[in-house]
Design a protein around this ligand. Sequence first.
Ligand SMILES: [Zn+2]
Length: 289
Amino acid sequence: MPPVHPEPADAAARRSVPPIVCYRVEQLPPYDAAFYGQVRRHMHKVSEVRVAPRDAGTFEVPAGHLFRICSVEGPQVGDLNLWNAHDLNERFFSGKTRQLHATHVSTGDRLWSSLPWLRPLATITHDTLDWYGFDADGAGVHDVIGTRCDPYTNHRLNGVDYHHCCHSNLTRALVQSRGLSLAEAECHVHDVLNVFMCTGFSHGSHQYFMKASPVRPGDFIEFFAETDLLGALSACPGGDCGSSHSDDTTPCHPLLVEIYRPDPVTLKGWQGATPSGYDGSHGLAAHPA
Ligand SMILES: [Zn+2]
């Protein structure tokens, strides 16, 4: 819709105030490249989970272990959910991760958990696509601006049922791994990290766009588990997300999740992530414990 209100006389002055970064992330503990470098130099693979195209799989990662999401057969986007393995109410908080870091994440960034915990669930320790940066369209990879494809939006737009959107894949995987009812599991599925997905906002309309992922077999993104984690990964029906999603028309490929155990010596002195220190009273003088 074009605007219906005329610009005020001082419109230019109002627009020309300088932007400031919302959060002073430099006040967070800095990424300890020496520590994570040492840990990942002395690790070995202990298990792996292969995620079939248009489906999802779950995996557990003990605190202090690492996991990789790997491209294996062809360009493929993955939708990642993470939970505290002991309490599914604590889950990855895409929106706050975006505010604290950026629209797209890479090595050194953390995946933060939901309120009231707000702690790093995982730290990104390696990203073979870190060379991509932001392209001429303003697109980057590993986005935390979009959410997962889902059958509700698809039905609104196209009027058909499609059962292999990432939201459904993640829900089925959680039902199967935790023995939850469908309703219980669906409530735990949340906004994702769009692994390998190449996205941005279009220059003119600022609409969310996607383009074919630059990922190729051999690429991976690696995470250090700061808490005991349950993860779920969907191999998106959009494949490389270069044309469509929420249908069976696009070529899709599997994804591989690898779990690595470090040498415990390299973890000496490391402590798992702790919840935010906020007292939780929200300004009420007396509040239930
Ligand atoms: Zn998807």
